[in-house]
Ligand binder design. Structure first.
Ligand SMILES: NCc1[nH]cc(CCC(=O)O)c1CC(=O)O
Ligand SMILES: [Zn+2]
Ligand SMILES: [Zn+2]
Length: 374
C-alpha cells in the first residue's frame, strides 16, 4: 500500500466517524501535516476526496462495496413441466433448458437440491392435443402437470420453496393470457375470475407462492380475497408480476411453453417499454391490492423500474425475472466471444441486485449453484 493511500485511509475513516463536512477539512490539514513531518517525497494535493482506490484493492474489500451479495437463497429456477410424463426435451432457443414430464423431475432436481437449490417456479406445458380451449380449462386440472408437480415436489423435498406461475396462455386455444371477448380483446372480469380460481387451486395443492403473470387489472385483489376465503391466505405468498413489459425478450419462453398467441400480440396487457410512469402506477396498485412480493420483468433492460419498485415498495421484497431472451442473449454473446459466460452471468445479476432486487428468477440458477459457495 502506498503512503498516500495510507494517509487517505486514515482520513477517510475519521471522516466517516465524524460524519460531517466541516470536520473533513480539519482532518485534511492533519493529513497534510502528517505527510510533511516524514522524510518522503510524496506530495499531497490536499484533495483527499479524489482518492477511492484504497477502499477496494482486495477481493473482500471489493465485495463489501455491494449492498447485497448474490446468494443461493435469492435464486428461483424456472421449470417447464410437460403433461407427457416421460418427456425430456431440450428447448433449442433456450440453452441447456428442458421441458420435463413428472417422471423426469426428481432425477433432474436431486443433485440441484444437494447443491442448495432453494426455490423453483413452475410453468405447465400441455402437449396433449385437444387440451387447449378458449377458457384455458386445463390450467387447474387436478391431473394436469402443474398441480401434479406441486404435489410431487412438496412430498419429495421438505424445504424447497415452490412458486406456481399463474396464467392461461399455455392453456388457451388462442394463446392469450385470459378469456377473450368477441372482438378479441381480453374480458377483464371473466379473466380475473378464472385466474383467481386457478391461483387458489395451485395454493390448495401446496404451492408456497402463486405468481400471476397475466397482467389483468384487479387480479391481485381477487386472488388475495379468494385465498382468504379458502383459508390459506396466511400460508400463501402472492408474488405479482407487477411491471411486465411487452418487448422481444420472451421468444424462447414461448417456444418452450408453446404459448405464442395465435393472433395479435400482448401489447394491450403488457406495458410499453418506455412506460416508466405506468409501471410505477402498476406497482403501487398491486401493493395496495395485497401483493406480498413485487416482480419486474424483464430485468436488465428495466433496472430503473426495479429501483422504482424498491423505492415505492421499500418494505417489500422485490423480485426480478431475467427472462428467456436475456438468458439466450448472454449465451449468444459468450458463444460469439464477446465476453465470458460466467463473468456476464454474475455482472448481469449484480446489476439486478444493485438496482434493488433481492430475489432473482434465473435460468442460470443451476450454474450459480456450482459457482457460489453460499
Ligand atoms: N404469461 C406468460 C409468461 N410468463 C412468463 C413469461 C416469460 C418468461 C421468459 O421469457 O423467460 C411469459 C411469456 C409471455 O408473457 O409471453
Ligand atoms: Zn400468459
Ligand atoms: Zn387487447
Amino acid at each position: 500500500m502506498s503512503f498516500s493511500n495510507l494517509v487517505n485511509n486514515v482520513s477517510y475513516r475519521d471522516r466517516q466517524q465524524n460524519g460531517d463536512r466541516s470536520s473533513q477539512f480539519s482532518h485534511m490539514s492533519r493529513g497534510v501535516s502528517y505527510a510533511s513531518t516524514t522524510a518522503t517525497s510524496v506530495s499531497i494535493s490536499g484533495d483527499i476526496s479524489s482518492q477511492l482506490h484504497g477502499g477496494y484493492h482486495h477481493p473482500l474489500a471489493r465485495a463489501w462495496q455491494a449492498e447485497r451479495q448474490l446468494t443461493k437463497s435469492m435464486l428461483i429456477y424456472p421449470l417447464f413441466i410437460s403433461d407427457q410424463p416421460d418427456e425430456e426435451t431440450l428447448i433449442p432457443s433456450l440453452p441447456n433448458q428442458h421441458r420435463r414430464g413428472l417422471n423426469r423431475l426428481t432425477a433432474h432436481l436431486d443433485p440441484l437440491i444437494a447443491k442448495g437449490l432453494a426455490a423453483v417456479i413452475l410453468f405447465g406445458v400441455p402437449i396433449n392435443p385437444g387440451v387447449k380451449d378458449p377458457h384455458g380449462r386445463a390450467a387447474d386440472d387436478p391431473r394436469g402437470p402443474v398441480i401434479q408437480a406441486i404435489k410431487l415436489l412438496r412430498r419429495t423435498y421438505r424445504d424447497l420453496f415452490i412458486v406456481a406461475d399463474v396464467c392461461l396462455c399455455e392453456y388457451t386455444s388462442h394463446g392469450h393470457c385470459g378469456i377473450l371477448t368477441e372482438d378479441g380483446t381480453l374480458h377483464n372480469a371473466l379473466s380475473v375470475e378464472r385466474i383467481s380460481d386457478v391461483a387458489t387451486e395451485y395454493a390448495l395443492a401446496g404451492a408456497h407462492c402463486v405468481a400471476p403473470s397475466d397482467m389483468n387489472d384487479g387480479r391481485i385483489r381477487a386472488i388475495k380475497l379468494k385465498l382468504i376465503e379458502a383459508g390459506i391466505a396466511h400460508k400463501t405468498v402472492l408474488m405479482s408480476y407487477s411491471a411486465k413489459f411487452s418487448g422481444c425478450l420472451y421468444g424462447p419462453f414461448r417456444d418452450a411453453a408453446g404459448s405464442v398467441p395465435s393472433f395479435g400480440d400482448r401489447k394491450c396487457y403488457q406495458l410499453p417499454p418506455g412506460g416508466r410512469g405506468l409501471a410505477r402506477r402498476a406497482i403501487v396498485r398491486d401493493i395496495n391490492e395485497g401483493a406480498d412480493i413485487i416482480m419486474i420483468k424483464p430485468a436488465n433492460q428495466y433496472l430503473d423500474i426495479i429501483s422504482d419498485a424498491k423505492e415505492l415498495g421499500k418494505d417489500m421484497p422485490i423480485a426480478a425475472y431475467q427472462v428467456s431472451g436475456e438468458f439466450a442473449m448472454i449465451h449468444a454473446g459468450a458463444k460469439a466471444g464477446v465476453f465470458d459466460l460466467k463473468t456476464m452471468a454474475f455482472e448481469s445479476t449484480e446489476g439486478i441486485l444493485r438496482a434493488g432486487a433481492s430475489i432473482v428468477i434465473s435460468y442460470f440458477t443451476p450454474d450459480f449453484l456450482d459457482w457460489l459457495t453460499t
